[in-house]
Ligand binder design. Structure first.
Ligand code: FAD
Length: 375
């Protein structure tokens, strides 16, 4: 059996680890990545921005591991064609036949239609190579602006500030993390970020960028902000362009069932490229879990992906944030504010029963409340 895997990150490598368990004597396993690094922990790329961690420190399985396990690792090799009918894939280096193919080619950063986005020193962060160029640019930069105040944008801003840059985050919503928090919680988080030297502008509608060669200003609807380094963090999109011509069902990602099978029986998909029940998970733990299922099924075993529950405990720039259960956005339940100074705790109750909680900051009874709500 010839197993080919496109993408050597969470989904691809976790699949390979399952295939290894069921490997028969003549089975060949080849894995391709267009990156220069073997399997590394992508979420920790952010820490590389503060200069405290190197990309080399976050490698999970190095080239030796692939060699020891007799896996053909193709670094720096971009797959440019997939032929589902004749069962081969192609790069500039060659053509490779498969019996089973896994699409684990992930996602890319989405950039809204901002003007001036082609100016120098405007970046997105997705790969180890991105970190290297951002860090090089940061050496001579003073004012960083992060467009997008989601979890990733806040974390990036925190690390820029740690590296000594004068850092501002732009969030289009009226307060931070509107999906997880209410206005009071979002405002307290903003206050805590300011204490960590991160400035926040909410209701910030970014239009584009101006400058001669390098970016010099970020243009918002109602003001301009000086910047010599910009990082855009406004979401991801699945890497479906490689396979758009194939006879596969594609919506926002490649559609898969709970066994990570696409509509072609020999092609599987997992991780950020895969759409399961109408959703792209877009985070590490389900990418690992889906990869494991794909690898097991491809190599003749039994497994099923049964969805994932997003974590309710977040660490945002070192600040404890909890958002669990009913958030009472419609105002239909009772609310009890337990503390609201340096820590904010709001309980949501229905007929006296705890059904949701928001916490920003440290709160000693957190575990008890979480247990009560889960019960
Ligand atoms: C900076 C950052 C921070 C994050 N922080 C968190 C976090 O805190 N918690 C969390 O749960 N998740 C986080 N994520 C998301 C998480 O990293 C992803 O969900 C996860 O990496 C998805 O894994 P994947 O294997 O599906 O795809 P990817 O990690 O995207 O890997 C796909 C690989 O395939 C390669 N590839 C693509 N096309 C081709 C081609 N044509 N030929 C060859 N190779 C190709 C890509 O270059 C890449 O190496 C973060 C992501 C980023 C970028």
């Amino acid at each position: 059996m010839n197993y080919l895997i496109i993408g050597a990150c969470a989904a691809g490598v976790s699949a390979v680890k399952e295939i290894l368990k069921n490997r028969k004597e003549n089975d060949q396993i080849s894995i391709f990545t267009d990156e220069n690094y073997p399997f590394y922990y992508r979420p920790r790329l952010i820490e590389c921005l503060s200069g405290e961690v190197d990309v080399e420190d976050i490698i999970i399985n190095d080239q030796q591991w692939f060699e020891n396990n007799n896996i053909d690792l193709h670094l720096n090799e971009k797959i440019i064609e997939v032929d589902g009918k004749n069962k081969f894939i192609k790069s500039d280096n060659g053509k490779y036949k498969f019996d089973k193919l896994l699409l684990a080619n992930g996602s890319h950063c989405f950039i809204p239609p901002f003007f001036g986005v082609e100016l120098e020193n405007i970046f997105t962060l997705r790969t180890a190579a991105d970190v290297k160029v951002i860090n090089k640019a940061a050496e001579n930069a003073k004012k960083a602006v992060v467009v997008g105040g989601g979890l990733l944008g806040l974390e990036i801003a925190y690390n820029f500030a740690k590296a000594g840059l004068d850092t501002t985050v732009l969030e289009v919503a009226p307060y931070l993390l509107p999906m997880q928090l209410d206005k009071k919680g979002g405002d307290l988080l903003e206050q805590k970020l300011r204490a960590n030297n991160v400035k926040v502008i909410t209701d910030a509608s970014t239009k584009g960028f101006e400058g001669k060669q390098n970016v010099e200003k970020v243009i918002l609807k109602d003001r301009e902000i000086e910047a010599d380094l910009v990082l855009i963090s406004t979401g991801i999109r699945s890497n479906t362009s490689l396979i758009e011509h194939l006879d596969l069902e594609i919506n926002i990602g490649v559609k898969v069932n709970s066994k990570m099978q696409t509509s072609n029986p020999d092609i599987y998909a997992a991780g950020d490229v895969a759409e399961y029940k109408g959703e792209i998970c877009g985070i590490w733990p389900p990418a690992l879990a889906q990869g494991r299922v794909a690898g097991t099924i491809m190599s003749g075993g039994e497994a099923e992906f049964d969805g994932y529950v997003p974590s309710h405990k977040l660490k945002v720039a070192g600040i404890n944030v909890v958002s669990l259960g009913e958030l009472n956005k419609e105002g239909e339940y009772e609310e009890e504010i337990i503390v609201d100074n340096d820590t904010y705790v709001k309980l949501i109750k229905n007929n006296g029963e705890k059904i949701g909680v928001l916490i920003v900051g440290q709160y000693s009874d957190q575990n008890q409340i979480l247990a009560d709500i889960k019960r």
